[in-house]
Design a binder for this molecule. Structure first.
Ligand SMILES: *[C@@H]1O[C@H](CO)[C@@H](O)[C@H](O)[C@H]1NC(C)=O
Ligand SMILES: *[C@@H]1O[C@H](CO)[C@@H](O)[C@H](O)[C@H]1NC(C)=O
Ligand SMILES: *[C@@H]1O[C@H](CO)[C@@H](O)[C@H](O)[C@H]1NC(C)=O
Length: 245
């Protein structure tokens, strides 16, 4: 019995990572997709976030799972959510993470992709449609966005929708990359989630270069392998430069 309890609590520790539990678009709050309660309701609550299987990471960057989190066999990564939120171009998006473990240092990286039509029916698959809108990594003093940064802001990470961004429906792909085991590949842990929004306003711009997920990250992309315990140099956040409009 004791060993069973120990096993269960060890499993709890191993999988105690995190996900976005609440999103504030401008001043409107939306619940995140809550993987430990939503599936047990009938009907399942409608969320603006695509389903995730739990609070665990994706580690294989070649899988579709790295796009919106999930496991390939369950098709979680590709299933759109039934609704979307609304935010003005130039408006703020605040992402409230569950308690984040202090060993899980790493960057916080955010991308967007414009839906060609109804976002509640669109899955990008492996198309190159993503552009980076925000990133935060390791500061000069050695502190990290995903631990120190979140702790300083009550676990809420905030970025702004580029103010010139064309109106329309978008997926926001927001992730923490935990680097505590990233001294070799596979090792870095990806915690992405995909939030569906309609961007309003009179913006007209879109970037001209895009990446795909999977595709943007490989074992040799700078920042995917990095030894956080010994490397005192700056940390190269993976992926393209931020597009700010
Ligand atoms: C996943 O999607 C494929 C293609 O749409 C489908 O054939 C398969 O049955 C789905 N698997 C599950 C577990 O839903
Ligand atoms: C984050 O979300 C949780 C759960 O909804 C809530 O209890 C908490 O107050 C939120 N934190 C902030 C800073 O809004
Ligand atoms: C530190 O990380 C940088 C960026 O990934 C890398 O170029 C450099 O070789 C690393 N330094 C050491 C000593 O491993």
């Amino acid at each position: 019995m004791k060993s069973l309890i120990l096993l269960v609590s060890l499993a709890g520790l191993v999988y105690a990572h995190g996900y976005v539990q609440e999103i504030t678009l401008g001043s409107t709050k939306y619940s995140g997709y809550l993987p430990y309660s939503d599936p047990y309701y009938n009907p399942v609550p409608e969320r603006i976030v695509r389903q995730i299987p739990g609070n665990g990471p994706v580690t294989d960057v070649s899988l579709i799972d790295v796009q919106c989190n999930g496991w390939t066999e369950g098709n979680y990564s590709t299933a759109p959510a039934p609704i979307y939120g609304t935010v003005a171009a130039g408006g703020s998006v605040a992402l409230n993470w569950t308690a984040w473990p202090d060993s899980h240092v790493g960057p916080i990286v955010t991308y967007m992709a414009k839906a060609p039509s109804d976002i509640t029916k669109w899955s990008p698959g492996t198309s190159a449609v993503w552009f980076k809108v925000a990133e935060a990594g390791k500061s000069a003093d050695g502190t990290w966005a995903a631990t120190d940064g979140l702790y300083a802001t009550n676990s809420v990470y905030t970025f702004k929708i580029p103010s010139a961004l064309q109106a329309g429906q978008y997926i926001i792909r927001h992730e923490i990359i935990a680097l505590h085991s990233a001294f070799a590949y596979p090792g870095a842990q990806f915690y992405p989630s995909c939030i569906q929004v309609e961007v309003t306003g009179s913006g007209t711009k879109l970037p001209t270069s895009f990446v795909s997920f999977p595709g943007a990250y490989t074992a040799s992309t700078p920042g995917i392998v990095y030894d956080v315990y010994t490397n005192t140099s700056s940390y190269p956040i993976p992926g393209p430069a931020v597009w700010s409009g």
